[in-house]
Ligand binder design. Structure first.
Ligand code: KIV
Length: 522
């Protein structure tokens, strides 16, 4: 970033326009949680809601205004007295409050919705902004549907708004109709046609109906806007709003031609996206730019080979920049190559000799032809069927004793040997059941945490002395590790299967650490 670069103010409207997505309804607690995440992300303005829309929303905006220190807290109002009073009531306790007034400027909206002519609309804008200015000095005005309006009327309306005290003029592409070149010209034209435009900050607010929201936002800031509005994950009315993470990372990545910067803490992008995904219930599509599951994953052999040799060959952003630390970039599919398979086996701590590798690769291709994605469990099945699996186990189960019954809390005592220093360690734990007690006791020694996500037991031989085979799956920070073991005592088999999965998790973490990668919970 050049030292002369100007700042772009990031206005987040996830809690207002984002909430206007069909199917989303945030509770007050959800809104507060998201507002805290936005504060960590370091956005400049949080549009926390539309207080006149309901008492609940007014209370949620007020709670955010009281609790969140740092960003400007803004509420939306139509150009009428009641709405403006409701916004002020909600934001007045904020460290830096803002009132955002909007009013339609297009012929179709004025005739069909407002039933007003141009003079009426200018008068409404003047009265409402004058009212808002009595409450606070930070006023944003948006001529709704600006891009489908008569430009000369927008210039007049905006000039009137500035005369009454508006400090930010936001140009919304309300129905996502504009295309970048046209939008850029519109923003530039404000500078030559609105007398007092230099006294205010120009903002852009783009919807995604034609999939142009990010492109239009970037065109807008390159044409002189210094505030950009959008939502996390691009949620919002119809096809959504401009996606803030895309805009921020475009500015960040294309510093060679965009001589502008934001104050965003980009390492919080991934966590904010996940939080909004969870609380909104709107899943992020896998191929969504920046935050989609596949945004940093490579499937084809040529791409995997390139990325493994040098990440930049096929990645324009280092995933760590957005706070994505768990490298899951290599996806094994039928188009993957040897380099990708070797790297994944290496990550899992699985050693396959050079002589055996061809055989493993061919077996992998056979499975990949039948499945979309070959996961770690498939690899283990392939390797165990070929009989050439070899692990560097760090911890060995020496003994396990479980005491359980219908009138006592299940308790497990375990002894483990650490293979690196040959020392023995003992510990015990109480659990919800005997398996839980075993896992907890082991975790106490190994000092780790994870979730047992799958547990299956089956008998592999017959009769009273049948061998029980246990298969488990544990999840650690989004990565799954499978473990298997057989024993005549199913509790011993369970402990061994758990140790098997845990050793893979430990090897995986060590390799990540060696490569200097952080974990997502740090
Ligand atoms: O899309 C729009 O026009 C809006 C305004 C209220 C800014 O959301």
């Amino acid at each position: 970033m050049s030292s002369s670069s100007e700042k772009i103010y990031i206005f987040d409207t996830t809690l207002r326009d984002g909430e206007q997505s069909a199917g989303i309804g945030f509770t007050k607690e959800d809104k507060l949680q998201i507002a805290h995440a936005l504060n960590k992300l370091n956005v400049d303005i949080i549009e926390a809601g539309f207080p006149a829309s309901s008492i609940g929303d007014l209370e949620a905006v007020a709670a955010i205004a009281r609790e969140i220190k740092g960003p400007v807290i803004c509420g939306l109002a139509r150009a009428n007295e009641k709405d403006i009073d409701a916004v002020w009531e909600a934001v007045r306790l904020a460290e830096s409050p803002r009132i955002h007034v909007f009013l339609s400027s297009s012929d179709i909206h004025m005739a069909q919705q407002l039933h007003k002519n141009k003079e009426d609309v200018i008068a409404m804008a003047r009265t409402s902004i004058a009212q808002a200015s009595k409450y606070c000095s930070d006023i944003e005005f948006s001529p709704m549907d600006a891009t489908r309006s008569d430009p000369d009327f927008v210039y007049q309306l905006v000039q009137a708004a500035i005369e009454e005290g508006a400090t930010t003029i936001n140009i919304p592409d309300t129905v996502g109709y504009a295309i970048p070149e046209e939008f850029s010209k519109f923003i530039s034209s404000l500078k030559t046609n609105v007398k007092d435009i230099d006294k205010v900050r120009i903002s852009v607010h783009c919807q995604n109906d034609l999939g142009m929201a990010t492109a239009n936002s970037i065109a807008g800031i390159m044409a002189g806007a210094r505030q950009v509005e959008g939502t996390i994950n691009g949620i919002g009315e119809r096809a959504g709003n401009a996606s803030l993470e895309e805009i921020i990372m475009t500015i960040n990545t294309r510093q060679d031609i965009i001589n502008l910067h934001t104050n965003i803490n980009t390492e919080e992008i991934y966590a904010s996206s996940k939080l909004v995904e969870r609380l909104s219930g709107m899943h992020v599509q896998s191929n969504k730019a920046i935050v989609g599951k596949n945004a940093f994953r490579h499937s084809s052999g040529i791409h995997q080979d390139g990325v493994l040799k040098m990440r930049e060959t096929y990645e324009i952003i280092d995933p760590k920049t957005i706070g994505l630390y768990n490298d899951q970039s290599i996806v094994l599919t039928k188009v993957s190559g040897r380099h990708g398979l070797k790297a994944r086996l290496d990550d899992l701590g699985i050693i396959v000799s050079d002589e055996d590798f061809d055989q493993v690769f061919n077996a992998f291709k056979d499975v990949a032809d039948k499945k979309n994605e070959v996961d770690d469990r498939d690899l283990e099945v392939i390797l165990s069927e070929l009989g050439n699996i070899d692990f560097e186990e760090e911890w060995i189960l020496e003994s396990v004793q479980v005491s359980t019954g219908d009138n006592q809390k299940p308790t497990a005592a375990v002894e483990l040997k650490n293979n690196e220093n040959n020392k023995l360690f003992q510990d015990a734990a109480i659990g919800d059941g005997p398996i839980d007690a075993i896992c907890k006791a082991i975790n106490r020694i190994v000092k780790t945490d994870n979730k047992l996500t799958e547990y299956r037991v089956k008998s592999v031989t017959e009769g009273i002395d049948a061998q029980g085979e246990v298969a488990v799956s544990i999840n650690y920070q989004g990565q799954s590790f499978a473990g298997n073991a057989a024993h005549t005592d199913i509790l011993v088999a369970s402990a061994k299967a758990y140790m098997n999965a845990l050793n893979k998790q430990i090897i995986y973490n060590k390799r990540r650490e060696k490569k200097g990668e952080k974990h997502n919970d740090e």
